[in-house]
Design a protein around this ligand. Structure first.
Ligand code: GTP
Ligand code: MG
Length: 486
């Protein structure tokens, strides 16, 4: 069974038998971990009922699944050696790992680069170069991105609680989600330290006071939440305080709710909760933003998410300005197992690269084209013109495509980054934001400023340089990680 990391749903519902088998295994292990557990199938526990028991069940199940995956892997290796000459690459839906590996193969991998080069090349001067990762590169890329189950520790129980609070059942949670929540929480450490420690100290055990709210105001501004978001949250809290006495626990709950509502507003307004490539049509995602914010890294991580989720993807190396940009993109292509369309000529036309990429993607029915763009040109004016041109080419060449123009923002630049970046809104027709580098900065509050000041939905967040350090944005989880008290 593969898992769609964009929609956070399994790609296919596993057959009845394998689900039962998994939960039996989980129960076996659960008996070892929790002596109170009976042989009856575990009822779904709500967080209020017993969060620790919930986490234990989830852990036991994941452990059992990991063991099953390991066995499957051994089985597949054995089968591979015995049937090395067989041509068939039929997906084996009953063996999870086989499915994962098969899903990892974008359509282009089955073609050789010669065939891809035969794609549309109406722009004479720009012979595209398509680098296709080898099968062995692809397999090792897959192995390096698979999460492993850590200890049954505090981070695990916290992550399990966050998932339980969103209505997930212990039997349904995936290792991918647990792994990411741990990363997100670690990534927000610095922002949390400044924010939560101060907040909890001020809150104490007494009901909320106007003085505490004044301190909260300072803390929000310091975390770079921006004046608008801070005012909005403080107004709601002050109004509540005028109406009744608010104890600290309720104060914290109410604050989390306000922050969450603020982050959710543009997402709700967009009508799309989670951004995922639409199956059965061409999706083109442009990554734009000032230099050094993490566009190329984000593109690489998105390519990996796409491949692991069963989408075929193609990268267009449209940053033709910076000399090393194409090589950088090619490394990410290899890491994620995705082909790269590039033009080796110095100062090639980025619109021509996009033109070639769309042609290649169309002829191979690729789901998602990820376009890397330049962050700096001779002048800002040139950069905006270039982005507009790229955008026009996409709209003209693939009017049926679902185009997303994602602004990449470096959280460590806080409010400054946001102001600079808004210049892109007009040129690239922005549809969403990716916040990167949340790790290592105390300015994670900038997410709130993005939502309230730019009114753009945050679609993904990056909290590290690794290939797994990027996930779809979820405001509830973000706020929980930001305000985790332990
Ligand atoms: N810590 C951390 N570093 C990141 C993250 N995302 C990107 N980086 C680092 O930021 C640096 C710049 O990233 P790039 O992806 O090259 O940025 P870019 O926007 O493509 O830069 P230009 O192409 O020069 O405009 C690299 O060293 C990345 O490893 C993140 O989420 N966390
Ligand atoms: Mg770049």
């Amino acid at each position: 069974m593969s898992y769609d990391l964009f929609t956070r749903q399994p790609n296919e519902i596993p057959p009845e038998s394998s689900t039962n088998k998994q939960s039996e295994n989980a129960d076996d292990l659960n008996d070892q971990h929790a002596s109170s557990h009976t042989e009856e199938p575990a009822p779904a526990l709500t967080e209020e009922e017993d969060p620790l028991e919930w986490a234990r069940q989830a852990y036991a199940r994941l452990k059992a699944q990991q063991e099953e995956d390991k066995q499957n892997k051994i089985l597949i290796e054995d089968q591979k050696t015995s049937s090395a000459d067989e041509e068939s690459i039929e997906p084996r839906s009953d063996q999870q790992l086989a499915a994962d590996v098969d899903n990892a193969g974008p359509l282009l991998l089955d073609q050789d680069s010669q065939q891809i080069d035969e794609g549309p090349q109406e722009i004479e001067s720009s012979l595209p170069e398509v680098s296709v990762p080898s099968k062995s590169q692809l397999l090792s890329a897959q192995e390096s991105v698979e999460p492993t189950l850590g200890e049954f520790d505090e981070t695990f129980t916290w992550s399990a609680e966050v998932l339980a609070a969103q209505g997930q059942k212990a039997g349904d949670i995936s290792l991918e989600e647990i792994d990411w929540l741990g990363r997100l929480r670690r990534g927000l450490e610095k922002t949390r330290q400044g924010f939560v420690t101060g907040l909890l100290e001020n809150l104490g055990d007494d009901p909320l006071t106007p003085e505490v709210l004044d301190d909260l105001e300072t803390l929000l501004l310091r975390a770079d939440a921006g004046v608008k978001a801070t005012d909005q949250v403080l107004d709601a809290l002050r109004q509540r305080l005028n109406e009744e006495v608010v104890d600290p626990a309720e104060g914290l709950r109410f604050l989390k709710q306000q922050l969450c509502d603020l982050l959710e507003a543009p997402i709700q307004a967009s009508g799309v909760d989670l951004l995922a490539p639409e199956k059965g049509c061409l999706n083109v995602w442009l990554l734009v933003g000032v230099n050094g914010v993490g566009k190329t890294t984000t593109l690489g991580k998105l390519a990996s998410l796409a491949v692991r989720s069963g989408y075929s993807a193609l990268i267009a190396a449209a940053d033709t300005f910076r000399a090393a940009a194409v090589q950088q993109v090619q490394v990410w292509g290899e890491r994620s197992g995705v082909s790269v369309v590039a033009n080796p000529t110095a100062n090639a036309d980025p619109a021509a690269v996009v033109f070639d990429a769309i042609g290649a993607a169309r002829s191979k029915a690729v789901d998602l084209v990820l376009v890397d763009t330049a962050g700096r040109l001779q002048t800002k004016h040139n950069l905006m013109e270039e982005l507009q041109k790229v955008r026009r080419i996409i709209d003209r060449l693939a009017p049926e495509a679902k185009v997303e123009s994602l602004l990449v923002l470096d959280a460590s630049q806080g409010q400054n980054g946001l102001r600079q970046a808004m210049a892109f809104a007009e040129a690239a027709g922005l549809t969403g934001v990716v916040i990167t580098k949340l790790d290592g900065t105390s300015r994670g509050g900038v997410a709130l400023a993005v939502a309230s000041e730019a009114s753009l939905p945050i679609r993904f967040i990056g909290a590290g340089e690794g290939i797994r350090d990027l996930r779809p944005f979820n405001s509830f989880e973000f706020v929980e990680a930001l305000l985790a008290s332990r």
